[in-house]
Design a binder for this molecule. Sequence first.
Ligand code: PAF
Length: 278
Amino acid sequence: MKIVHTLADLRSHLNAYRHPAVVPTMGNLHAGHLALVRQAKPLGDITVSTIFVNRLQFAPHEDFDTYPRTLDADCEQLEAAGCDLVFAPKEAEMYPQPQTFKVHPPGELADILEGHFRPGFFIGVCTVVLKLLACTQARTALFGKKDYQQLMVIRNMVKQFALPIDIVGGETQRSADGLALSSRNGYLSPAERQQAVQLSATLDTVANALRANTALPPSDITRLEAQAMQSLNSTGWKPDYVAVRRQADLQTPQGGDALVVLAAARLGATRLIDNLEV
Ligand code: PAF
């Protein structure tokens, strides 16, 4: 596996390939990222992973400075998973001058849910993803379904810009107790880690209620969301949202749609997100 830090080295290495399959990451990798790398393997003639903690997608009060940077361990794991090439640029390589050209995704997709609670987040994500896809000459790119809204926003960006890139979603990887794997799980204290299962359990409860009655009226769906928020609140979480949305566009259900339940909640100082397709 080759590790490059500059665009020039990346380009010269990619010269020999026609179909890079790319897994963009911010590093501090876990089994979810590695599953994406394995999924990428048969989808291209070279498997590339990028590792870049993207300042543009962090608000000033968020964890940009403390986000774990674990390049050596990440590269060892990537190599074992079959990655061929790692692009791990420094900030000055990705943003040699202030990134004043930015991608502004549409509000109906990107100002709801995560975008509502993290204003500007998807501008930062879209801008860096567009740039990383261009740098890596991706023909296929893979993103985890744990960041469900991110996957949807990126899919739509790639479609509207007519980029010749297939966007592929990877299933969420979970611990045995159900907690979705996330780099931010590492922030949890042992006690919080035990409690963290409540997030996926709450999503399960909502998803099971929806499966049991596929024709629930909107008022009942709103009640399920409120009960789920309440149950998280009562066990010490601070939920931002528990929302039942249409899988297709993340808008509120109108009846007969394939649904997804999404949640974001804070446990102590750690904010976790998760979702379940119904
Ligand atoms: O999901 C992530 O790790 C990041 O948002 C991404 C897609 C690598 C962009 O920085």
